[in-house]
Design a protein around this ligand. Structure first.
Ligand code: GDP
Ligand code: MG
Length: 362
């Protein structure tokens, strides 16, 4: 499951957004300052499959959101201590753009671009600390014994340190392959994909809010959209909360009034999903129709592991039908007749929308 952490300065709207996004809520044991909740990934294909198979259960893919008490302003608290950020696949930075004088801004004035930069600086600083500590450790170890592996790691971490010192977030290095693997263990915060949620003023939703570009332009955040592994969504958390309380048809009418095609909830989840290059495959049957999320490029055997480690271990074959083929033929039986159910091996790369039946031995 995809895990996203909400970050942002105090009173930016994190908890409001969290309430909007998630149904379940709880705190890890002994901590009242952390909320963890689950969001369902909206996917019309799952609705279509559910209508086709009429299963007892319909289970969408999910995203986990974490909301924590955060620094009141830049520098007030180091982020690196916060384990929840480190374990996240992506960071969702909630940026205050609403003006409401009844909610004081911790830095005195509303300035979205300043907050975005300040948060980036926090991430860079936290990572710089991690990189420096690691380099000290590596140097010590290299004095004791030579190791080409450690030397490679030193070169990489030095490259990271240099980037951080120059103010470049590690996500901009677009590391791949072995470098990426080496870096994974560090959980560098600035290496994580970043979603900016521009929390607009009520008055701006219907106008600038209808397009992210316009909202980013108006709030001075347009420059950030060009950054690597960075995306933005513009919404007004309090209005979205109102919409979420309405019934389906009323909610749709409210959205249409504002000139919006999709709720903020759906946009945030979709953007997080895209940002990480996630996609869905489906399992179908009378018992349940279910969406599973995996990163693009995931082979069939690893995808099976999303469902159960036994299925991954005992993997024999995957029976795969493309979503469009199933919809065009109308049933699994018809797909079988037309040779559209393929038998794939463990290396087969799962495609978005694949309907898969895993064959496995236990
Ligand atoms: N006017 C307005 N107020 C908001 C909006 N989003 C959040 N707030 C208010 O700002 C205050 C702080 O919000 P909260 O979600 O607790 O911020 P957090 O500290 O980042 O978790 C609350 O009183 C919210 O009701 C918004 O879009 N517009
Ligand atoms: Mg909060």
């Amino acid at each position: 499951m995809l895990r996203a952490a909400l970050i942002g300065f105090s009173s930016s709207g994190k908890t409001t957004l969290f309430q909007l996004m998630t149904s379940a809520r709880d705190s890890p044991r002994g901590r009242s300052d952390v909320n963890i909740g689950i969001s369902k990934v909206p996917d019309a294909r799952l609705d279509t499959l559910t209508a086709m198979f009429n299963p007892r259960k319909r289970v969408p893919a999910t995203v986990e959101f974490t909301d924590m008490a955060a620094p009141a302003r830049a520098g007030a608290q180091t982020l690196v201590d916060v384990a929840g950020y480190k374990n996240a696949d992506a960071l969702v930075h909630v940026i205050r753009a609403f003006r409401d004088p009844a909610v004081p801004h911790p830095s005195g004035a509303v300035d979205p671009a300043r907050d975005a930069r300040a948060m980036e600086d926090e991430l860079l600083l936290a990572d710089l600390g991690v990189a420096e500590r690691r380099l000290e450790r590596i140097d010590k170890d290299l004095k004791k014994a030579r190791s080409t592996d450690l030397e490679k790691e030193r070169d990489l971490v030095q490259r990271c340190r240099q980037a951080l010192e120059e103010g470049t977030p590690l996500r901009a290095l677009e590391l791949a392959g072995e470098d990426l693997k080496r870096l994974r263990g560090f959980q560098f915060l600035s290496a994580k994909p970043l979603l900016l949620v521009i929390n607009l003023d009520e008055a701006d939703v219907a106008g600038v809010g209808a397009s992210v570009e316009r909202a980013a332009e108006q709030t001075g955040l347009i420059g950030f959209l060009a950054h690597a592994a960075t995306r933005a969504v513009a919404l007004c958390a309090t209005i979205e909360l109102e919409i979420a309380r309405l019934e389906g048809a009323d909610a749709a009418a409210f959205l249409a009034d504002l000139g919006l095609a999709e709720s903020g909830l759906d946009r945030v989840i979709r953007a997080s999903y895209d940002l990480l290059g996630y996609m869905s495959f489906f399992t179908v049957g009378e018992d349940e129709c279910r969406a599973w999320s995996v990163a693009r490029g995931t082979p069939a055997q690893a995808a099976a592991g999303e469902i159960h480690s036994d299925i991954q271990r005992g993997f024999i074959r995957a029976e795969v039908v493309a979503y469009d083929a199933l919809i065009a033929r109308g049933s699994m039986a018809a797909c079988r007749e037309h040779g559209e159910v393929r038998l794939e091996g463990k290396e087969h790369i799962v495609q978005d929308g694949d309907i898969i039946n895993f064959r496995f031995a236990t």
